[in-house]
Design a protein around this ligand. Structure first.
Ligand SMILES: *Cc1c(COP(=O)(O)O)cnc(C)c1O
Length: 397
C-alpha cells in the first residue's frame, strides 16, 4: 500500500474515530489489575458507565466485541428450548437471531422489510396469543446499523405491558449508545447490550450488559451453560472495582476518559450533535436525488445513514473510488443490501467540518464515477448546519 497523505476519514458506522485523549489514555503503561490503582479505576468506570446507559443497576463489562455481549445477554437469562421473540429489522437482528438458534434457544422472527423499525403492535399481538407464556424474552435492536433505522424502544416496552406478558426485554444498543438517547431504567429494559467502538469513541474490544433486577432474578434460574459470560462472578467482583479474570485494563483507562468527555459536552448536547449531522447528511442525499434506506422519517437513525444508489450502479465501486481518491472509508451494504447501498457513519467524535468533509468525499466519488446526481448536496448540508446552532448548553452534567 502506498502512503496516502492526510488524515484517514473513518466514516463507517463503527468502529469510529477515536479522540487523541482516549488513545493517549489507552497508551499509558499497563497496571496491575489486582493492585490498588486498578481498584480505583474499576470503581470509576463501573459507576461512570451506568450514567451512559441511564441505569442505577449493574453494568457488566466484557473484554469482547459486541457479539460477546449478545451471547452474554442470552446465556445468562434463558434455558434451552425457550422461545424468544425477535424482529427482523436488518442484518444485525438476523445475526442475533442466528446466534439464538445456535445456542439452543427457539427464536421466532417477525418479518421486516429492512426499511423500517420494530413494529410494536406486531409484538403486542404475538404476546397476546402466547397464552402458555412460552416466550421468555423479546429481543430487539435499537439502532439497526445495516439500514439506518432506529426503533422506538419505549413503544416496545408499552406493547409488552399492554399484553400483560412477563417476557424479558433485551435490547442491542451497540450503534446507538452515547449517540442517540437511550434509557435503560426508564424504558424498563432488562438487558441492554452495548459495545465500545461506536458512540463510545473507543477502539473495538469492550462490550456491556446493563442488567435489571428482573434479569438478575431470571439468571438464577436460567440453565444455558455459561462461564466466561456469567454475570454472578462478575458482579460480585465488581463490587470492589475488580474483575474475576483479567480485564482489558488499558481499554478501561480509555473508557474513563471517554465517559468524562461525554459528560463534559453533556449527553443532551451529544445527542443533538448527532441529530444535526444526520439531518445534514439526509439533506445532501435527498438533494443528490438518492433514496434513503430508512422509509419512515420518524425512524431515521441519527448515527448512520444508508444510501440507495440507482439501479445499475455499484455502491462498492463508489466506496473503492472514494477510498482511493479521498482516503475515506464508508460502510458497505450488508446481506441483501450488498453493493446496493453504502452507509455513512456520523457518530462518535466528529464535528460539522467532518460531516461536510465526508459529504464532499461522496460527491467527489459520484462525479468521478459518473453516477447521475444533482450537484450541490454538500451546499444543502452546509446551509442547514450554518442555520442550526450546535450547542444547547455549556455546562457539564
Ligand atoms: C456493530 C454491531 C454489532 C456487532 O458488534 P461487534 O462488535 O462487531 O461484535 C451488533 N449489533 C449492532 C447493532 C451493531 O451495530
Amino acid at each position: 500500500m502506498r502512503y496516502q497523505p492526510g488524515r484517514h476519514f473513518l466514516q463507517i458506522p463503527g468502529p469510529t474515530n477515536t479522540p487523541l485523549a482516549v488513545l493517549a489514555a489507552i497508551a499509558k503503561p499497563t497496571i496491575d489489575h489486582r493492585g490498588p490503582e486498578f481498584g480505583k479505576l474499576g470503581r470509576e468506570v463501573l459507576a461512570g458507565i451506568k450514567t451512559i446507559f441511564k441505569t442505577k443497576n449493574p453494568v457488566v463489562i466484557y473484554p469482547a466485541s459486541g457479539t460477546g455481549a449478545w451471547e452474554a445477554a442470552l446465556v445468562n437469562t434463558l434455558s434451552a428450548g425457550d422461545h424468544v421473540l425477535m424482529f427482523e429489522t436488518g442484518w444485525f437482528a438476523t445475526l442475533w437471531n442466528k446466534m439464538a438458534t445456535r445456542l439452543g434457544i427457539q427464536p421466532e422472527f417477525i418479518d421486516g422489510d429492512w426499511r423500517s423499525g420494530v413494529n410494536a403492535d406486531a409484538i403486542e399481538a404475538r404476546l397476546r396469543e402466547d397464552k402458555a407464556r412460552e416466550i421468555k424474552a423479546v429481543a430487539v435492536v435499537h439502532n439497526e446499523t445495516s439500514t439506518g433505522v432506529a426503533s422506538n424502544i419505549a413503544a416496545v416496552r408499552r406493547a409488552i405491558d399492554k399484553a400483560g406478558h412477563p417476557a424479558l426485554l433485551l435490547v442491542d444498543t451497540i450503534s446507538s449508545l452515547a449517540s442517540i438517547d437511550y434509557r435503560h431504567d426508564e424504558w424498563g429494559v432488562d438487558v441492554t447490550v452495548g459495545g465500545s467502538q461506536k458512540g463510545l469513541m473507543l477502539p473495538p474490544g469492550l462490550s456491556f450488559n446493563a442488567v435489571s433486577d428482573k434479569a438478575l432474578a431470571a439468571s438464577k434460574k436460567a440453565k444455558l451453560p455459561r462461564s466466561f459470560w456469567a454475570w454472578d462472578e462478575m458482579i460480585a467482583a465488581n463490587e470492589t472495582g475488580y474483575f474475576p479474570y483479567t480485564p482489558a485494563s488499558n481499554m478501561l483507562q480509555g473508557l474513563k476518559v471517554a465517559i468524562e468527555m461525554l459528560h463534559e459536552e453533556g449527553l443532551d448536547n451529544v445527542f443533538h450533535r448527532h441529530d444535526r449531522a444526520a439531518e445534514a447528511t439526509r439533506r445532501a442525499v435527498r438533494h443528490w436525488g438518492f433514496e434513503i434506506q430508512c422509509r419512515n422519517p420518524a425512524e431515521c437513525s441519527s448515527s448512520i445513514t444508508a444510501v440507495r444508489l440507482p439501479e445499475g450502479h455499484s455502491a462498492d465501486k463508489l466506496r473503492a473510488e472514494i477510498l482511493e481518491r479521498c482516503n475515506m472509508s464508508l460502510g458497505n451494504g450488508l446481506g441483501p443490501l450488498a453493493d446496493k447501498v453504502f452507509r455513512i457513519g456520523h457518530l462518535g467524535d466528529f464535528h460539522d467540518l467532518m460531516v461536510t468533509g465526508t459529504l464532499s468525499g461522496v460527491e467527489i466519488g459520484l462525479k468521478a464515477r459518473g453516477i447521475p446526481h444533482r450537484s450541490g448536496g454538500v451546499d444543502a448540508a452546509v446551509s442547514y448546519l450554518a442555520g442550526n446552532t450546535g450547542a444547547l448548553a455549556d455546562a457539564a452534567e
